[in-house]
Design a protein around this ligand. Structure first.
Ligand code: COA
Length: 282
């Protein structure tokens, strides 16, 4: 696949997707959104891939939002289409039956925060910053932010972020439940600026530690029965759109399906025989 603004590789059953427009802080232009859709279609279609990690290139930014130079050209009709297209792409990510982890390595603003929220989990390096700055541009979040943020952090905190357009740091994002974990700075390094030497966080090492942590989480999921993992993702995703009673009905149905798999037989037998289960994903 020829991606223009994205790097894709797969290792140990994990797809690594890197948004790659570092000179624009990985802002999401039309082409980048196309690349993202195609990358996640590859994740979906490749049976060797069991999980995906998405990050931004460089050490400063995950994604600094949708590309403002393209937003500036929108009219009401194209604006609606722009929003619909973004929502469809991010919905596709959310509805995958393989876990997707956002490794947030810097600014996650606007569409960047929205993409991270469409992933199943978010971990952030200590230098990460989150925000929905759309109101500062005279628009509102259009890639699902007004809907996913309140579901993740509650209405009051979501509105504070969306209405102020302000940013929060990784600590605050973790405190309010927007991210699952923070990966702390991996040491300091010396730099020289205007003839003055000073110690600054080593962001290169920090990003390596962030990706290593995301891989560790992905591997802890990949070890489990893949169909059960997919069904659990589906139960949680669908259930959040329903009443408790409706969601529980979905859970019963999917629980029943999990019993039909060979991995169910293997998992329960392995426990009873006091050995490690070997799941085959069937
Ligand atoms: N769309 C298009 N270009 C963007 C962008 C975006 N969302 N965010 C950053 N860029 C570009 C800048 O225009 C600049 O390009 P240039 O060098 O060709 O002028 C480059 O990325 C570097 O950004 P810069 O603003 O110089 O970096 P900074 O460290 O001073 O500031 C931010 C970083 C993230 C605070 C700032 O870039 C910003 O506010 N970006 C927009 C965030 C936003 O509103 N996102 C929501 C969009 S709906």
């Amino acid at each position: 696949m020829n991606f223009q603004n994205l790097l894709y590789s797969a290792k140990d059953s994990i797809a690594h997707i890197t948004i790659n427009r570092p000179d624009k802080l990985n802002a999401l232009n039309y082409q980048t959104m196309t690349d993202i859709m195609e990358a996640f279609m590859m994740v979906s279609a490749d049976p060797q891939v069991k999980a995906a990690i998405i990050t931004g290139s460089g050490e400063k930014s995950f994604i600094a939002g949708a590309d403002i130079s393209e937003i500036a050209e929108l009219n009401p009709l194209s604006g609606k289409k722009f929003s619909q297209r973004g929502q469809e792409i991010f919905n596709f990510i959310e509805s995958l039956n393989k876990p997707v982890i956002a490794a947030v390595n810097g600014f996650a603003l606007g569409g960047g925060c929205e993409l991270a929220m469409a992933c199943h989990m978010r971990i952030a390096s200590e230098n990460a910053k989150f925000g929905q700055p759309e109101v500062t541009l005279g628009i509102i979040p259009g890639y699902g932010g007004t809907q996913r943020l309140p579901r993740l952090v509650g209405k009051g905190r979501a509105l504070e972020l969306i209405l102020s357009g302000g940013m929060i740091d990784a600590q605050e994002a973790c405190r309010i439940g927007l991210v699952n974990k923070i990966v702390p700075y991996a040491g300091m390094k010396e730099i020289e600026k205007d003839g003055v030497k000073k110690q600054v966080p080593d962001l290169t090492a920090t990003k390596e530690a962030l990706i290593a942590k995301a891989v560790e989480i992905a591997k802890s999921i990949i070890r489990q029965a893949p169909i059960a993992v997919g069904l659990a993702l589906e139960a949680v995703n669908r259930g959040l759109e329903m009443t408790l009673a409706e969601g529980q009905k979905v859970e019963c149905d999917l629980f029943g399906i999990s019993i039909t798999t060979d991995d169910f037989t293997e998992g329960t037998n392995a426990f009873l025989e006091k050995r490690k289960a070997e799941f085959k994903g069937i």
